[in-house]
Each structure stands twice: as structure tokens, then as C-alpha cells.
Design a protein around this ligand. Sequence first.
Ligand code: KIV
Ligand code: ZN
Length: 553
Amino acid sequence: MQSSPVTKYRPFPPVNLPDRQWPNRVIDRAPQWCSVDLRDGNQALPQPMNIEEKLELFALLVKIGFKEIEVGFPSASQIEFDFCRRLIDENRIPADVTIQILCQCREELIVRSLEALRGAKNVIFHLYNSTSPKQRAYVFGASKADIVGIAVTAISWLKQHGRALIEAGTRLRLEYSPESFTSTELEFALEICEAVTDAWQPTVTDKIILNLPATVEYATPNVHADQIEWMCRHLTRRDATIVSLHTHNDRGTGVAATELSLLAGADRVEGTLFGNGERTGNLDLVIVALNLYTQGVHPGLDFSDINQIREAYERCTRLDVHVRHPYAGELVFTAFSGSHQDAIKKSMPHQQPGRPWDVLYIPIDPADIGRSYKAIIRINSQSGKGGVAYVLENEFGYQLPKLMHREIGRIINDLADAMGTELQSSEIHDVFVREYLDPREPLRLDHCQSTERDGQVTCEAKITYRGQPLAIKGQGNGPIDAFSRALAAAGVPAFELLSYSEHSLGRGADTSAISYIQIKDSRGHTFFGAGTNTSIELASLKALVSAINRALK
Ligand code: KIV
Ligand code: ZN
């Protein structure tokens, strides 16, 4: 880090708004919500959703109660186009739900997007172009007038090519985003929004949506609120405009920026479930909605089965919701501290049915979102993977890699299900040892020695494989590689090494090492293994043997 960061990083300039009104207001009604999970969220996934996953997520968003859903960027790829068509052709869009699509300000893309929308009842056509000085200078080499021209021309193309869609019965609304709004001079952001509004000619009954994105979050949330209040006060057709927020979370304050900007006068909020999105994510809609709920304002979205929503989200996106994630995380209604447990226990009996919620340390009644309070971690067949990992780490010192939580969680859940009871920590530990550390069948490592020369490691080992003692030898760029090659030469089925991690266990004279290895077999199934030893090298070879035994089981 820099010793004097001010020479490298500059503070974000404040907005000159001495009579700002937002600090004195409260949020007393829910905004209009728009989910951008299927567009901004999807484009940020390491593995974007396939059409079936998108359909499942769309159905989930509808069930939660979203009335505006950005379904993609249909002119950008065939899969995005096809998804839009399937929604329309298969009548999957309820009459009261509007689909929104994103499009750049280019004529051929506008035409293609309109094709994707043929037959839809309610559409928001979302056009955007970048407006900040740096985007203008570095990316587009364009003047302010050029940038305004791009947006205004796009509106005329949309009016021209969208006529047929409107005549065929589609309600076509416009959303315009000056992308990178928060990094744009406010006067210029206003100028381009006014020009777009002039070109579109909205009315009080058919409003334009001006979406003012914090494409990258650079400032504190109060600055964002000032920018939004400034815009709300300067827009000449405010009554014909829906002011929309679209915050990203680079400083970790996307939720705060949105909440303060609702105070500042915004009408609408775009975001994603659990905050998935580019870099640090989009605004987390679940948090803002449930924050409102805990202030006595119904958000108009239904999160009464948050666990089911989290599971569907994790399945479709292949992302995990963090165990500490507000409202949805596995551990957020579990108290570990004795004094917190005591206070919760003592305040619970004061809670009268029908009276305001008043339980210490828990700001929302977990039952309202389908959850329950736990005084300590209890592992039963309903427990999630994070609880098992927590017990193994906190009581026994095993820091399992994140990806292993799901595997061990499933093993423990199945056992708890079969036993029909809660499992004690010692029982969880026994299962871990039995499943990962003990197995010696069909492969056992009896002895191993490795030597290194000129960067090449030679491993000579004695193993027992399917009851047969064997002496094996292999060379590789490290001990694991050399041992793997020796095993393959001895006829042990092939596998691919996916991940490796290790840490020490215990302290002082008793310190040993534990290694975790994940492998993939020829059918594409993955397995973790774990091994302990006072030597790190041996621990890693044992971890490999453990993973192979689990794969061959
Ligand atoms: O973050 C952003 O600026 C966007 C726009 C396309 C609205 O996603
Ligand atoms: Zn975005």
C-alpha cells in the first residue's frame, strides 16, 4: 500500500446542495422494483445460466412478486434472443409483469431486440450509453454533443422501428440510462436526460424511466443521495419521469446508497437477489426489501420462504449465499455468544402476540421469512452445509475448503436423516474421520519416499491396491504429481487434480498438517479427500489416497 495514498487516490468531490432535504425524511413506502438478475446478474456469472436455469429463475422472480424483470440483452447473443422468445412464445409472462430488455444505441441492435419482443404484452426497452468524462475521452473519443446525439438518435430509431410492435398491441415503454451517471458531471447528466425526454415525449400517464446508475461505486452513500436529489429537483418533466436507481457495490455500500437515494426522491430500484452482479455485485434487493419490512413498510415482495429462494438461486447461479448474509445466511439466526443467547432467551417471553417485535439481537422475526432462531448450532437433517463446517472448524480445527462444505454437509444430513435425530459434535467428527481420514480400501499408502533433482521429483512408494502389495515409481513436477503418475502406471484409474489446500493442526510439539485434495474422475464426478501427518508432503499424498478411495467406493 502507498504510504501517502492521497497522491494516488483523490477524494470524490461533494455535491453543492446545502439545502438537501433527504436527511430529514423517512422511507414510508416501497419503491417499484426491477430485478436485473437475468441480465446484469447473469453476465457476471463465471458460468452464465443456461435457458432452463433462466426459466427457473424467471419463475422464481415472478413468484416473489417482481412486476418488472430485465430478461436479457437479446441482440447480444442467440441464447439471450431465444430466452426472450421462449418467455413470449410459451406464455410464461403473467399479464401484470413487464419484461425489460437492454440494448445499445445502435440501429441494427434495436431492430433485432424488437424482433425478440414480438408478441410481448408489456415491454420496457432499456437504452443506454456511457456519459462520464473518462468514458467520453478514453473509450469513445466523443464530445458531449456526440454523446447526446447517440442517445437521441437511438430514441428516434426506437420510435420508428417500434411502431409495428405498438400497433400489434404491445405497451412499449422507454428506460434510458446514462451509464456511469455517478461519475458524470451532474449538469451534463441532466442535459442528456432532458434531451432523451424531449425526444421520447413521455406523459404523466405514460412516463419515461430515467435510470441513474452507480455503474462503479466511487463515493459515500450521502454523495449518491445528493446526486439523486439534485437530479430530481432539476428534471423539468419530473411528473412524467420515473427516477430509477441502479447501484453497484464496489465500496460495499450499495444498499446504503440506494436507501438514502430513496429518501432523496427516487421511485424505482434495480438490483439482484443476494446482490449478484459485476465485480462486488449489484444492489441486493433482498436486503433492501427486508430492511423496509423491518421498518413496518411492506415491500410488496414475498420472502416468506427465504430458504427456498436461496436454494433456487444457488442452484441456478452456482453461487453460494454467505453464511453471514443479512436475512438469508445460514448462521444469521444462530447465536453463539452465551450472553447474546441469554438476552434473547430472556427477551423472548416479553414478546406478546400482535405487539411490535421486541426480541434482543434479532431485528426480524425469523418466522416471517420461514426461519427459526437457534441458540447454538444444531445439526440435523435440515441443517445446511455451513453449520457442519462451522462445527468442524471451531471444535476440531479443520478449515475445510469452501467447496468441500457441500460434500460433507450432504453426508452428515443423510446420516442425520437416517438416524432421525440431531448429531452431536463428536459424532460429526467421527463421520469426518471415518469418511475421509481412515479409509484404506481399495488403496493404501504403506511407505513413500521422494527425491528431487533439477526440478524433477521422483516418488518411490509401496502401496496395497485391491489387496495386492505393489512397489511403484513415478516422476513429476512435485510430489503429488509424481505420486499420481506412479499410481496411474500401476493401473489405478485416471483422475484429474482440481484443488489442493493445507493448514496446520494443533500447536507446539503436537502440530501436524492436514491437506485437502479435490479430484475429478473420468465420469466428471468430483471427490474431496483429506490426509493428516506431521509431514506436509505425506499429508498431501494421504489426502490424494483418501480422495481416490472415495471415488472408487
Ligand atoms: O451498471 C450499469 O451502469 C448498467 C447499465 C447498463 C444500466 O448495468
Ligand atoms: Zn449494472
